[in-house]
Design a protein around this ligand. Sequence first.
Ligand code: SAM
Length: 251
Amino acid sequence: MAAEPINQFRDVARVYDSLMAPVPYRHWVDYVERLWERFGVRPRRVLDLACGTGNVASELLRRGYEVDGVDASEAMLRQARRKARGRIGFYHQDARHLDLPRCYDACVCLFDSLNYLLEWDDLVQACAGVRRHLEPGGTFVFDMNAIRALADGMFNQQGFGRDRRLYYLWRSQWDPATRRCQIDMQFHHQTRRGTQVYYERHVQRGYTLTEILTALSAGGLEGLAAFEAFTFDPPTARTDRYYFVARRPAG
Ligand SMILES: C[S@@+](CC[C@H](N)C(=O)[O-])C[C@H]1O[C@@H](n2cnc3c(N)ncnc32)[C@H](O)[C@@H]1O
């Protein structure tokens, strides 16, 4: 893999919501609520880890939860703060070193954000940080891209954003030795000042189910279930996206 720097979630922050316009965040939050219900959880305070521009956090807020968000990208948080207008607390922190002033009944981390942690130890540190910020018995719901999806080129994509002023072209390379997927992204954005072109390199890591479950346990969380996304079925060899439910033990 070439040694170009990873510069993920900087320029893309400006167009992230345009790119994500087709993403059914409401249905995702419906599913999270169904998972909470299934595991007998009724959270009040929720932390949105790797909240990005705050789309999940805003939907949770709309449904009456008290919400805070954390993200490592200041550019993404700038968009999130602008939209939330003071109703959500946002923190600029790395998931591996969480240090927040309060604890939560639940934490969510959606849209394969944890695949951006490139070492198993990073995943453990993130899980330990979530544990420190959950009340005893509190739950952690997160999704991850499966190795198969990353290896099969899920990020080879091109198209337009919400309107045709944004064109994107992404190409990915999968390295089976490191299980890293490097995604080179190009954006052509027509603005009043002319067309702006920018590039980002993202890197995601694929983890096996066993690696994810052992990371939870090494971080002090109890893995309760793994599902094929948006179902209550166990993952199969054809699953693209997993959802996990974990809990901070009550004791
Ligand atoms: C695909 S976006 C998902 C954002 C949001 N959860 C959503 O559903 O739209 C991934 C997010 O993970 C964040 N991220 C990546 N690595 C991180 C880390 N180590 N700590 C905190 N956030 C991280 C990125 O900045 C980005 O906002």
